[in-house]
Write a protein that binds this ligand. Structure first.
Ligand code: GAR
Length: 192
């Protein structure tokens, strides 16, 4: 059984779908803890599934590294085999990446390397793209620059807003994430 820690910042709708998938006893991974960089609404999903959670509010720390040191401390308690960034809207500092890489993966609402960063959906629309996508990547020290583990195209429809397009991308992200974690858990995909 692969023990997974999930980190979020917001509503956690992808986290919710991941918790539903991992709740199946036949799924080869389980969520051991959910963490957040603020008092995130999505932590309620962890409560619902009786999964422990913690928050390390970024605003309480003088530097990104100090925040990262506390985040790493919290994660260490759960000894995760894998860390999933599922809407964590903050770049992990080097001290965290160095400690846990290559066992950190991230979901992103664009077809990387297109439209990296915090506004992948908005940026695709602003660029007039006719297609964008969803990606699951391994996390390195950069902004969405790590090796791509899975990705799929999603068409931009005429009249799409950031909300409508993001709502069509998220189910694809969820499917890709669940598949990547299953492959890691079964040894079909090796992170190195
Ligand atoms: C997801 O689309 C995730 O890929 C994105 O935030 C959303 C979180 O939604 N992450 C990034 O853009 C990271 N650069 P959720 O809180 O409803 O799961």
């Amino acid at each position: 059984m692969l023990n997974v820690a999930v980190l979020i910042s917001g509503a956690g709708s992808n986290l919710r779908a991941f918790l539903e998938a991992t709740d199946d006893p036949d799924f080869p991974a389980r969520v051991v803890v959910v963490g957040a960089d603020r008092d995130a609404e999505g932590l309620d999903h962890a409560d619902h599934f009786e999964v422990p959670s913690f928050s390390v509010p970024y605003a309480n720390f003088p530097t990104r590294e100090a925040w990262g040191a506390e985040l790493a401390e919290q994660l260490r308690v759960w000894n995760p085999d894998l860390i999933v960034l599922s809407g964590l809207m903050r770049l992990l500092p080097d001290n965290v990446v160095t400690e846990f890489a290559p066992r950190i993966i991230n979901t992103h609402p664009a077809y990387l390397p297109e439209f990296p960063g915090a506004h992948g959906v908005r940026d695709a629309l602003a660029a007039g793209a006719t297609q964008t996508g969803a990606s699951v990547i391994q996390v390195d020290g950069g902004v969405d620059t790590g090796p791509i583990l899975a990705q799929e195209r999603v068409a931009v429809e005429p009249g799409d807003t950031e909300e409508t397009l993001h709502a069509r991308i998220k189910p694809v992200e969820r499917r890709l994430l669940i598949d990547v974690v299953r492959r890691i858990a079964t040894g079909a995909l090796v992170l190195d």
